[in-house]
Design a protein around this ligand. Structure first.
Ligand code: FES
Length: 144
């Protein structure tokens, strides 16, 4: 059920935000198969460039305002598994080691509790506002 936030919504972002809030109030589905459809999120902050330190590759990438962390990683030679590219499948999820800004998740894969915990981010849509992030991609050197 949409609450008062939806009643006063005037913009598409406000309406989607109200719908997402309502969806996150629903009980978790018994199985993935019950999740019939999802909607994307335009985030809670305006898009801005940010920097990501990739701890397990010992590199730093810059994510432009109109780019994604997933693309910035690929351009630096760090290929992550990905499929939907819109925050639904979770294949591109990375571990957040530290963040000195605000995580702006923009996905519908992570639960509200996971987003609140702030230790994972979908690289295809997730962003950082007002700071930088340090991540681990799960990479293990073959020489290790
Ligand atoms: S590729 Fe599906 S959530 Fe990122």
């Amino acid at each position: 059920m949409l609450t008062g936030r939806a009643v006063g919504a005037e913009t598409t972002d406000e309406i989607f935000g109200a719908v997402l809030d309502a969806l996150h109030q629903l009980p978790e589905p018994a199985s993935i198969g019950q999740r019939m459809a999802t909607v994307g999120s335009s985030g809670r902050h305006p898009r801005a460039p940010f920097v990501a330190r990739v701890r397990d590759h010992a590199i730093t990438v810059s994510v432009p305002r109109d780019g994604t962390l997933l693309d910035a990683l690929a351009a630096a030679g760090v290929e992550l598994p990905a499929d939907c590219l819109r925050g639904e499948c979770g294949l591109c999820t990375v571990r957040v080691v530290a963040c000195d800004g605000a995580l702006d998740h923009r996905d519908v894969f992570l639960s509200a509790a996971e987003k609140t915990r702030g230790d994972r981010l979908c690289a295809c849509v997730g962003r950082v506002h007002g700071g930088s992030v340090t991540i681990d991609t799960g990479y293990t050197s073959e020489l290790a």
